[in-house]
Design a protein around this ligand. Structure first.
Ligand SMILES: [Zn+2]
Length: 252
């Protein structure tokens, strides 16, 4: 309890909240700038099981913002390195590091990964995987917290299937893919957005606060402005509209 004393002193958490959290499973997809702080706060807060998935290795160009890694980690699988470090941060949490490159086209594999978790954090740097995670989360009714960063600008999107728009409703699928070498990124930006992802995910698991479903937070670290905008459900959304009507048919 000493470890969590400052956390459980919050009336929104308490010992009951901590006990609840210890039974939850979170999936962090991507162990880069967003995934490292997000996973670290989930583990530090006592989430029961944290799965980290990433198929990349640590590269020198990561170290300007992915502060959990050091030069001795260069060339090693990110998921393994981060998993080992976070297991030392909090041995009470089961931290599973999976060195897997997810194929966004293999929806079955994405569904399988998502379905055994209570919340999914999309910390990825490519659009196809972002949309595949949204589709899988809507289908399995697992809340999704998506983070995206570029330049000085971050976007945080929370999807709670059944209660608001999905990612596809808010951002209809574009052809945008992965930028070769990655876009420019202000070093502290993914730290800010990744920590916000962890915060939203923790609230979703605890069932406390306003998890901001259907709200999109726009972050501009150049001006220091945070702005929250609303997204609407698209009744003809390719992902959530069809799945919902399928579910209704299936339940009859
Ligand atoms: Zn939708």
């Amino acid at each position: 309890m000493e470890r969590y004393r400052r956390l459980i002193d919050l009336p929104q958490v308490g010992e009951e909240g901590l006990s609840l959290l210890s039974k939850k499973r979170a999936l962090v997809v991507g162990a880069g700038g967003l995934g490292t702080p997000a996973a670290a706060y989930l583990v530090a807060s006592g989430t029961g099981h944290v799965t980290i998935v990433d198929g990349d290795v640590v590269e020198l160009s990561n170290l300007s913002r992915q502060v959990m890694y050091s030069i001795e980690d260069l060339g090693k699988a990110k998921a393994g390195v981060l998993g080992r470090k976070l297991a030392l941060l909090n041995p009470e949490v089961v931290v599973e590091g999976l060195n897997i490159k997810i194929d966004p086209g293999d929806l079955g594999a994405v569904l399988q990964l998502v379905s055994s978790h209570d919340v999914v954090l999309s910390c990825v740097d490519n659009a196809p995987l972002r949309y595949a995670l949204n589709q899988a989360c809507v289908e399995r009714e697992v809340p999704l917290v998506d983070g995206a960063v570029r330049g000085f600008t971050g976007v945080l999107t929370v999807v709670v299937p059944g209660t608001g728009p999905c990612y596809e409703c808010a951002f209809p699928q574009s052809k945008a893919g992965k930028v070769a070498g990655g876009p420019p990124i202000w070093s502290p930006l993914p730290g800010v957005v990744g920590a916000l992802q962890a915060s939203e995910a923790l609230k979703l698991m605890l069932g406390t606060g306003n998890a901001g479903a259907g709200k999109i937070l726009l972050i501009d670290l150049l001006t220091g402005a945070f702005r929250r905008v609303s997204a609407e459900r698209n009744p003809s959304c390719r992902v959530c509209a069809t799945l919902r009507s399928n579910n209704i048919r299936g339940s009859r």
